[in-house]
Design a protein around this ligand. Structure first.
Ligand code: BDR
Ligand code: CA
Length: 329
């Protein structure tokens, strides 16, 4: 079993990343840390707890609230994509449990992360689906954690194609580029990047929404309805903001899917090891993940498996299976 910690900012696609990790038999889900990203840290924390409640796991998977702002830059959130709550579009999401919300703030996230990771008898997998602020702080304050992480996968960046907040930068990296660069330089044993180039091939099409309604609805109509409403909201914002007509890209669960498939040797991604650095200046390319694909622009060690493509059908089969289990629980 993979020992997995998820750092996220739910977020419509983060919510599905949580569900994928929570219902995969190969995963032991150690906990969730949240940060400012799609919405404020207060809201993403509440959303994480609500999602866990909707799948009957709120007492099984601890949530800790992390960074409320990036390391150096001003906080930026994304209400135009995820709404005012960070998870707009449905009235079926359970209200956040107040006791668990208070508990999420009792201790610093990096203390809980370090303690949990270091206490395991095996190495863990760290997955990031938001800005990397918490992880940058974690490896800075507790560098001994790096050794204990066998794989760090993240959804973020754009390898060869365009960004989604600027011509070159993707949101998770753009809002805290310094944190991302700290993580790229941290010395993790295996780093895998799931960039927009890959996530934009995994769309929540009308067919997928029908599948969710049918297959998940068979177990639990209300839960299926909630997921469909969230996906429809996400679809509509992507259509409005990005002119996407075939459905929104379901970015974040792919970072979990990479960890699951890779650890079982069921390779579902094509990838290439290369040097990746993050542009931390203030010019046009701030937040760009600079991927040295030909190995001719950096003398630094190759530090990242950049994924190039994914088996989309395999992903959806796993995702829908997890949603069905979520509905049944
Ligand atoms: C990323 O930004 C967020 O809006 C999503 O949750 C995803 O992690 C995509 O650029
Ligand atoms: Ca996210």
């Amino acid at each position: 079993q993979i020992l997995l910690w998820l750092d996220c900012d739910p977020g419509h696609d983060d919510a599905l990343a949580i569900i994928l990790a929570a219902f995969n038999s190969h995963v032991k889900f150690l906990g969730i840390s949240t940060a400012s990203g799609n919405q404020t840290a207060a809201k993403t924390t509440a959303n994480a707890i609500s999602i866990l409640e909707s799948i009957g796991k709120k007492h099984d998977i601890p949530v800790v609230m992390g960074a409320s702002k990036p390391l150096l830059r001003k906080r930026q959130n994304s209400p135009e994509i995820h709404g005012e709550s960070g998870l707009d579009g449905t009235s079926l999401l359970p209200k956040c449990d107040k006791v668990l919300y208070a508990k999420a703030q009792e201790r610093k996230a990096i203390d809980v992360m370090a303690q949990t990771i270091l206490a395991q008898d095996r190495k863990v997998v760290l997955v990031a689906t938001g800005a990397m602020t918490n992880i940058a702080l974690l490896v800075s304050v507790y560098p001994e954690v790096v050794e204990k992480v066998e794989m760090f996968t993240f959804m973020g960046g754009a390898s060869f194609g365009p960004g989604n907040v600027s011509a070159t930068a993707e949101f998770n990296i753009y809002i805290d580029p310094e944190a991302a660069q700290i993580c790229m330089q941290a010395g993790f044993q295996h780093v895998a990047m799931i960039p927009l180039d890959v996530t934009h091939t995994v769309l929540v099409t009308d067919n997928i929404i029908d599948r969710i309604r049918r297959e998940v609805g068979e177990k639990n109509k209300t839960f299926a309805q909630m997921i469909c409403e969230l996906m429809v909201f996400f679809r509509d914002t992507y259509e409005r903001v990005f002119d996407f007509h075939d459905g929104p890209p379901l970015h974040d669960p792919l970072a979990v899917f990479y960890a699951i498939t890779h650890k079982q040797n069921k390779l579902a991604f094509k990838e290439k090891l290369m040097r990746v650095d993050v542009e931390c200046g203030n010019g046009l390319c701030v937040g760009q993940t600079v991927c040295d694909i030909w190995g001719n622009s950096s003398t630094e060690e190759k530090n990242c498996y950049v994924t190039l493509s994914v088996d989309v059908d395999k992903f959806w089969d796993s995702m829908i299976e997890a949603l069905v289990s979520g509905g049944a629980s």
